[in-house]
Every structure is written in structure tokens, then in C-alpha cells.
Ligand binder design. Sequence first.
Ligand code: KIV
Ligand code: ZN
Length: 411
Amino acid sequence: MTGFIANLRSSIRTRIRDTVIRHYKRSGVVLFSDTTLRDGEQMPGATLEPDEKLQIAKALEAAGVHSLDAGFPASSEADVIAIRKMVGVIKGPVLTALCRTMNSDIDAAESALSENPMRKRGVSLFCGTSPLHRQHKLNKSKAEIIRIITDSIQYAGNAFRIIAFSPEDASRTEVDFLCECYREAIDAGATTIGFPDTVGILTPEKTANFIKAIQDNVPNLDRALLAVHFHNDLGLAVANTLSAISEGANVVQCTVNGIGERAGNASLEEVVMALALHGDQYKRTCRIDTTKLAPLCQMVAELTGVAISRMKPIGGANIFATEAGIHQDGLLKNPDTYLPFRPETVGADGIQLVLGRHSGRKAVAHRLEQIGVDAADDLVATVVEAIKRQPKGSVIDDVVLKQLVKDASVA
Ligand code: KIV
Ligand code: ZN
């Protein structure tokens, strides 16, 4: 009787799980799984204290991410502390812990996450599958790798219902073997299968081919979500992520500001904005609040100490700043003339018209008006010429500008 009830419970759980997965797949929503706190923090010098991780986790929750790769408990006590701080506080996203396909890693994940409700905690298992990893890192045959994967998924099933499995170095794994790993992983109980481009080697076209091959050769894929994870070694992580989305990937793993191992990961904010601006193309919804993006980028830069390049899309200092006269004139007439989206769309401060050698009369007159300096057209023209003569590196702030007006007035 007890056995019968246990079996009944397990089959009800499986049915609920399959229904939830089918619901996500049909809904067309792109689920964001953020890995800033794990792959992002793996970047040399990007160390975060547990309280800082909690702060970022709260901001990611407010932005609407579906799940948080919260850390690697078996690798660091600080990760365990950080995860425990998130438990009970971060209630929206699923918290997942990274694990090698080892029981001791899964035990460490369980101990870190045990106080989180079952439906909000998960493990993210990985095991190298490419010939390079099999031969040089693991020294295991294909059959042994499959066994390790299925055993660890089954073991994880004792403590977790959300189980992701990623074949590390998937993009350099033979497609046949890759798909075999996925089929076996799903049969063993994986609820998500990941496709990591571990060394960032793919192009968007090759990404699309991989995703199609997985869909064609993993018949039980209807029972698991397909997640993708791209590194940026060729500067293509975002493009590859979008290609995978076009082909039907359900979950995208990204980091804020694209921080991560080597050249980093796909930038969450860039993928979100591409989806937001090209809904007609992707026809997928995304639950991220775009107005939270710029402050999130700033927070991650400040807390990790990894500065954002001025030109970095979405969060960079130049994104809403221009010194060029023609652009300044256009922006003053209508901001959309020279912007793909307005600052408020991503929660950024306003447009910045920087005064310098390339600036024109419109921007100078506009700034003078803003700071309450009444200047006739010929005076503005003299000031513009004076700005052009300033030495390289000069910053034309309001003090300098007023001085230039004063000099021009007495000349
Ligand atoms: O890039 C990678 O392969 C990873 C795994 C741990 C999934 O980050
Ligand atoms: Zn990675």
C-alpha cells in the first residue's frame, strides 16, 4: 500500500512537471536564467561578497529573471553563505546551484538550498562530453560518460525536482553523442537540457544547425526545456543566443554586462533589448522589465569592480551621449532621430550633449539656455569657434563654458 501511494505521488509529480514544461514551451516565452553570480563571478577579479550577491539577486528578481544560477556550493563556502542568504528572501526566481556530476556536489547543493521550497530550487549538473574533455580531462569512454550523467541525475532526483543537465563543451561534441546524452539525461529525469558553447567557438548559423539537430534527434525533448549558454570569445555570444531563440530555445543563460569566463557570456541586457525591439521577428515574449536594465548594469559594475566600456550597449556611458553637431541638432529636434530607443526605456539618465570640437551652435545655444546664459547668435558662434580651439582632452563643463562666453563678450 505504501509503495502504491509512493508510486501514485511520483506519477502525479511527473505529470505536473510535464504539464509545466509543456506550458512554458507553448507560451513562447523566453525564460532568462541569469548566471552573473556564478559564471560572471568566475571572471578574474570579479569576486563578490555574499551580501553583494544578495543585492544583485534582489535586483535580478525585480527585473524579472526566471532563475538564478546562484553559485557552486561544492567549490566555495562563500557561495554556500551567499545562497543561504538568498533562501527565503529571493522568492520569485528559481535558485539553482552548479554541480559536477558527483554525489558530493549534489549533497552540497542540497545542504545550501534545503530551506527553499522544492518548486523554487534546482541543480545545474554539468559533465564534459567533447572528445577533448572525455580524453584529456576525464579519461572516460562515451559509455562511462552516459552512465555518470544518468546516475547523477537519478541521485539528484532524491532532493530536487528541477534538474538541469549541460554537456560541457557541447559545441565541440559529436552531434550524435550529444543527442544521445540529452536523450538519456531526459529519461533519467532532467527537466532542462543545456547547450553550452563553453569556448565561445560558434557562429549564429552553426548555432542554428545544432539547435535543429537537437530538436530532430532528441524525441523526448517535449519533456524538458532547452537552455542555451554562449561564451563571447568571437564577440558572437548575443548573436548566437538570438539565433538559438529563433530556432526555439526556451531558456537563455546570460550575465549582466556580459561578464564571465575569458571574453565573458551573452549580455542579458543586450539579449533583452534585441527581443524587445524585434518582437515582429522573434515572436517571443520576455518577462524582463527593460526599465531596470541600466541601473542593474551600474550595480553589477560597481559591486564587481569590472568597469563598463563606454561603448558597451545599454549600460555604457556613451550610449545616450554625443558630441557630434549633426547628431546633437537631430536629438534636440527629436531624440528618435539618432537613437534606437530612448534612455527611459532602459531606465538610464537622459541624453547627454557633450560639448567639444565636433559640437555645433545648436547644442552650445541649448546648453547656455539651460544654465540661464542669454547669448545672441553671433556670441554663440564665437563660443563654438573657441571650443574648437581648446586643447585635446579639454572638458567643456559649465564653468569652462561660462568663461568662454565671458572671454567672447569682452573680445
Ligand atoms: O560554459 C560552460 O560550459 C559552463 C558550464 C558550467 C555549463 O559554464
Ligand atoms: Zn560558461
